[in-house]
Design a protein around this ligand. Structure first.
Ligand code: PEP
Length: 252
């Protein structure tokens, strides 16, 4: 059975005290909920990772990083390596969020290197991809996503997918209040599974969790999560309030 996952992308929000408070609030809000086969993830900013990991100790909440550099170490002022994340207890990293792609010029080739660094450190990646509005309007969304997957993932081995979670995030739906319809999400997730099956085999495509991200909120989560190939969500804005995030978790 595929793992269900609800992951919060906190972006550049929450200082240390706010991060630990939010983790406690989320834990309180879900403590009476049975979460069978479901992972709950939050991603505080780098400087709050240690305090957040400490706050999440003895809870079922996992703390992951939002990004990392692909190099092992060196003259990369301001950057953080996989090994550094691992040394403070981080096991999972979000790679390729559309904000990283567009504001920090992260190309598919850079993302492929980041994935290699994650896997070389026995860590896990939440790999994000998705089309721009123009591509959707031109009906090129499948072509674009196919190309992002080929460029960043096709050099990997089938066994690497044990440590990869995928997140389809149409760029036009991130932080805009506009959500893909459950049918649009299902179409893309099924397409992604098909692309993976052709390249890596059915075992991989059946087992990999594919999250949907883009303005998921308590009001639309259940319908989106009900789709066959949607295994959960990557949640931005609505992950910053325990009430909303816990309601989304309960919708899985
Ligand atoms: C995101 O940043 O990954 C995201 C999906 O944001 P939002 O839920 O706010 O659209």
């Amino acid at each position: 059975m595929r793992q269900k996952i609800v992951a919060g992308n906190w972006k550049m929000n929450n200082n240390e005290a706010e991060s630990t408070k939010l983790i406690k609030e989320i834990n309180d809000a879900i403590s009476n909920t049975t979460l069978d086969n479901t992972r709950v993830i939050v991603s505080p900013p780098f400087v709050n990772l240690s305090a957040s990991i400490n706050a999440a100790k003895d809870t079922s909440i996992e703390v992951v990083a939002q990004n990392m550099h692909q190099a092992k170490s060196g003259a990369y002022t301001g950057e953080i390596s996989a090994e550094m994340l691992k040394s403070v207890g981080v096991k999972t990293v979000i790679i390729g969020h559309s904000e990283r792609r567009s504001y920090f010029n992260e190309t598919d080739e850079i993302l492929a290197e980041k994935l290699n660094a994650v896997l070389a450190n026995d860590m896990e990646a939440i790999f994000c991809f998705g089309e721009q509005l123009e591509e959707r309007k031109l009906d090129n969304h499948l072509l674009e996503v196919g190309s992002q997957l080929r460029n960043a993932l096709f050099h990997l081995k089938a066994e690497d997918f044990k440590n990869i979670i995928l997140a389809y995030e149409p760029v036009w739906a991130i932080g805009t209040g506009e959500t893909a319809t459950p049918e649009q999400a299902q179409e893309m997730h099924a397409f992604v599974r098909n692309v993976l099956e052709k390249k890596f085999g059915k075992e991989v495509s059946d087992a990999v969790s594919i999250l949907y991200g883009g303005s998921v909120k308590p009001a639309n989560a259940e319908e989106i999560f009900s789709k066959e190939d949607v295994d959960g969500g990557l949640i931005g804005g609505a992950s910053l309030k325990a009430e909303d995030f816990s309601a989304i978790i309960k919708a899985i």
